[in-house]
Design a protein around this ligand. Structure first.
Ligand code: FAD
Length: 484
């Protein structure tokens, strides 16, 4: 008969990690073979590849809690991962246990009267939009990656997207959360209440925390009346200043109905036309800049088409716009949206890129584009600026594309200098170096440089209180605390 550890007085040997994880969630939900785990290790743009001790796919909140407890006992780093569509390397592990939320994919409850839907973290964003639609409601978060990103990832990056102007970003769409904390405790803040003043707002701490404070396992989200009227236009203008003048005109006249005001210069449109199959220039000749605009209403009587035609006519008169198309069918409308949605993918195919996801006050957005373009052109010749984004939110994706004829390595060598040029301009305009993508691994140094030092110290203190072992997505968002 074998003597037990308690009888022999020897400390019990811990079960090997993979075995212990299999005992918690079942062998088929623990991945460790290189070809199985590869998709969980890659960075969206292919900039680098991570390493993992294992990838675990729990099916319930309790299983998530058990895995976290196991890792906490062994001081093992954990990286929560949703769809892995994040663009700042936040979900890429380094010698960590990856907790993939893909099996936490149930809609727990839809309450149309309360205007809420309760979902698990691994629900794909597009599936939540569909579930809301089936209940006759709108869940308005909308991103280019909505077919594969998960709501836990959206919450953890405080995602933005195309409808922030009207409905707000993820933070404004979350009413309650369930979170597994770094010691394995489950925080139940899963309330669907529009009023709940019961002390500190813990929920907001986890939104945008990029998995550094805990693992979001479920959320109560806000639903809205379904728009039944929609009017879209793709307009051309001379520059961002003209687009801003038109934005002001539109917001003053139709602020309640203005749900999308996306901007792009000719360069991003040209990249889409060159690389995204099936796309067509909607206008007969090229123009320097464009905006995709949408008005929506849940009032079936609202005549948005006439309102849009009238305001476009007034903007022509005022020399704010040069041309505009209004789609004659839903198919044509979708084709116009596709021109904007394809920019990121098309840019990937057009070669290497140096990217910035910045925001400035909306009143400065045209000044920013002008100043940053001039500074980049002065620094690098030739220079291909790809400026586009959520103009109405003051959020510009200010990217540089690899110029034709310049080697990838020579171009990428400009990354730090271009970052400094662009972020210094943003900072001088009281803007943010990360509008919607987050900090992750890639922007930690930029955060340390530009964030208010008092805010940064508080962030470190919060992190050390909630995660004293620093096991929850370590090395993301914050650099090691050197302030003591
Ligand atoms: P992941 O990439 O898996 O993770 C992102 C971060 O959240 C990581 O730090 C991860 O550790 C953490 N995390 C993930 N799940 C959890 C969880 N359950 N609990 C705690 N932490 C967690 N972003 C925008 O904001 N607006 C856009 O318009 C937009 N457009 C995009 C278009 C394309 C084509 C692509 C590829 C990306 C785009 N993104 C956009 C970026 C990306 O899709 C978003 O950041 C998205 O919210 C990430 O969701 P995900 O499930 O893929 O998260």
């Amino acid at each position: 008969m074998e003597a037990s550890a308690a009888i022999t007085g020897q400390p019990e040997k811990p079960m090997p990690l993979l075995e212990a994880l299999r005992a918690l969630v079942g062998a088929s939900h623990v991945l460790s073979e290189p070809e199985q785990i590869h998709p969980y290790l890659i960075e969206e743009r292919g900039l680098y590849t991570g390493t993992a001790l294992a990838v675990v796919q729990p099916g319930t909140t309790r299983e998530v809690a058990a895995i976290v407890r196991l890792c906490a006992e062994r001081s093992l780093p954990i990286v929560p991962q949703g769809g892995n569509t994040g663009v700042v390397g936040g979900g890429v592990p380094q010698e960590a246990v990856v907790i993939s939320t893909r099996r936490l994919n149930r809609v727990r409850q839809t309450d149309p009267l309360n205007g809420t839907i309760t979902v698990e973290a691994g629900c794909i964003l597009a599936d939540i939009q569909n579930a809301a639609e089936q209940a006759g409601k709108l869940f308005p978060l909308s991103l280019g990656s909505e077919g594969s990103c998960q709501i836990g990832g959206n919450i953890s990056t405080n995602a933005g997207g195309n409808a922030v102007l009207r409905y707000g970003n993820m933070r404004e769409l979350v009413m309650g959360l369930e979170v597994v904390l770094p010691d394995g405790e489950i925080l139940n803040d899963l309330y669907g209440l529009r009023k709940n003043n019961t002390g500190y707002d813990l929920r907001d701490l986890f939104i945008g925390a990029e998995g550094t404070l805990g693992i979001v396992t479920a959320a109560v989200l806000k639903l809205f009346p379904m728009p039944v009227r929609r009017a879209t236009t793709f307009m051309a203008c001379a520059n961002a200043h003209k687009a801003l003048a038109f934005f002001k005109r539109l917001r003053e006249a139709h602020g309640e109905q203005l749900s999308t005001f996306e901007f792009m210069e000719r360069e991003p449109l040209q990249i889409v036309l060159d690389h995204a199959p099936g796309t067509m220039d909607p206008m007969e000749r090229p123009y320097p800049a464009y905006s995709l605009i949408e008005l929506t209403s849940s009032d079936p009587e609202a005549d948005l088409e006439t309102a849009l035609e009238n305001i476009l006519a007034a903007a022509f008169e005022a020399d704010e716009i040069l041309d505009a198309v209004i789609p004659a069918s839903m198919g044509q409308g979708r084709a116009l949206h596709a021109l904007r949605e394809h920019v990121s993918d098309a840019q990937k195919q057009a070669g290497a890129s140096i990217k910035h996801d910045v925001s400035v006050p909306v009143s400065r957005v045209a000044d920013f584009i002008e100043a940053a373009k001039a500074a980049c052109h002065a620094h690098m010749k030739p220079c291909r600026v790809v400026a586009f984004g959520h103009f109405g939110d003051g959020n510009i994706h200010f990217n540089l594309a690899q110029p034709k004829g310049m080697e990838r390595e020579a171009f990428m060598a400009h990354y730090p200098a271009i970052n400094r040029i662009v972020h210094d301009i943003v900072h001088a305009m009281s803007g943010s170096i990360s509008a919607e993508h987050g900090i992750g691994h890639i922007k930690r140094h930029e955060l340390a440089r530009y964030k208010d030092p008092v805010a940064l110290r508080l962030m470190h203190r919060i992190k050390s209180v909630i995660d004293p072992q620093n096991i929850m997505n370590p090395g993301k968002v914050l650099l090691p605390d050197t302030t003591g």
